[in-house]
Design a protein around this ligand. Sequence first.
Ligand code: PEP
Ligand code: MG
Length: 325
Amino acid sequence: RLEQYAALRDLPTVTRDGVSVELHLNAGLLVDLPHIEETGASGIGLFRTELQFMIASAFPRTNEQLKLYRSVLDVAGERPVVFRTLDIGGDKVLPYMRAIEEENPALGWRAIRLGLDRPGLLRSQVRALLRAATGRELRLIFPMVSAVEEFDRARHIVERELTHLRRHGHGLPDRVLIGVMLEVPALLFQLDQLFEKVDFASVGSNDLVQFLYAADRGNPRVADRFDALAPSTLRALKLIADKAAEYGKQVTLCGELASKPLEALALIAIGYRKLSLSPASYGPVKAMLLELDVAAVSALVAPLLATGSEVSTLRPQLKSFAEKA
Ligand code: PEP
Ligand code: MG
């Protein structure tokens, strides 16, 4: 199978009916980087910066952060990289940070909430990212944003750091694109205001699905209770893809859904044209994509998601479609 996938490496990621779908990789450490060349991926759709913090024994200094980010950009070369600012708290604890007692850590003081309340940490990370991208393009996203106002505040921190670097005569990135992770359901009802402001968006379906169904993503008793291919999930995801298109903003889906061929097929059917996946899933998802007839699967899916549809999940229909193809 592996050799079979390697043979697909140089084929463009275009479906049988000529639709181009970019496949990017999720990464977080230096060891992930060789996979870009191996797979021929279009770029890194999600770089989880907290991993460096999680394996360290103390807060990585700005310089160590800068070194990692620069290596990532060096390896990626012309290919785009999306860096996510620290997503700590919740299930991602730092051994050297004083633990705070919270009854519901997933709903607690985490990610951008922590970043905005303790901006020192976020500022130093943003500075490292801006400096690592001197003379190049920098793409940034903020995790767990739940209101447009939080995005504004986070972007303001980036702008302040840019001003600071400029004033002190440091080199700057050629271009800075600032986006948002869509993973808190409240953002679904602020999409117009949000897409007015962001440069791009990235859907974190792991958290979005967890919060949509109020089912802990890490608890096997409830994590599989709801099918991600149910109309509720797909309608929510389609709403995002449609709004992004309306505002002319790029959207990538970077949760685990994109890493499963049948789920990825559903995402393409509802309008996603950029997926970011784990390296091990790249071959299987690409193989699916090359065989796919997007017009046919979109025609199958549309009535199943329409008002009045009574299906509880689209899985059987998608499965039989995939098997017949
Ligand atoms: C997600 O929530 O889907 C996501 C991509 O981020 P993480 O899995 O790191 O929370
Ligand atoms: Mg997440």
